[in-house]
Ligand binder design. Structure first.
Ligand code: RB5
Length: 159
């Protein structure tokens, strides 16, 4: 598996630690920066990582800014990307089980190193459950394909 990673200045240190973890796990990493704590703009890295995932140059992505918000907002503009902003192991796990998240967004300013490490590990180890969740994801991709018409596809909802 190849994973594309990126951060802004606020996520730089956490991104470097995630990169070391992924390398330790034998995963090939595509690092889109930042390269330092110098101020930069999160959309630049978010778009590069999201496009790598959408165009299958990487199977997953990890993005880190101060809150994770800017990264998740930007990455989710790229069709095919399901970017999940997670703050704990449970949301990281459910973002895979129910949402098949292909990009993990993290808050470098708010979440400690040990937790980030555990979140990345659980996120990598957890499979998508499919079933009713797959139907829901198809509604998202249908919407992406027909954005201008924008009508959600039909079908009864279930819990
Ligand atoms: C940068 O100042 C900060 O806005 C950014 O890291 C992020 O938190 C945005 O969502």
């Amino acid at each position: 598996m190849k994973i594309a990673i990126g951060s802004d200045h606020r996520g730089f240190e956490a991104k470097e630690r995630v990169k070391s973890l992924l390398t330790e796990l034998g995963i090939e990493v595509i690092d889109h920066g930042a390269r330092s704590r110098d101020s930069c703009d999160y959309p630049d890295m978010a778009i590069l990582v999201a496009k790598d995932v959408a165009e299958d140059r990487a199977q997953r992505g990890v993005l880190i800014c101060g809150t994770g918000l800017g990264m998740s907002i930007t990455a989710n503009k790229v069709p095919g990307v399901r970017a999940a902003l997670c703050h704990d192991e449970l949301t990281a796990q459910f973002s895979r089980r129910h949402n098949d998240a292909n990009v993990l967004c993290l808050a470098g300013d708010l979440v400690g190193d040990a937790l980030i490490r555990r979140m990345v590990q659980v996120w990598l180890q957890t499979d998508f459950e499919g079933g009713r969740h797959a139907r829901r994801l198809s509604k998202i991709s249908d919407f992406e394909k027909h954005q201008c018409n924008g009508r959600p596809s039909g079908g009864a909802a279930s819990a």
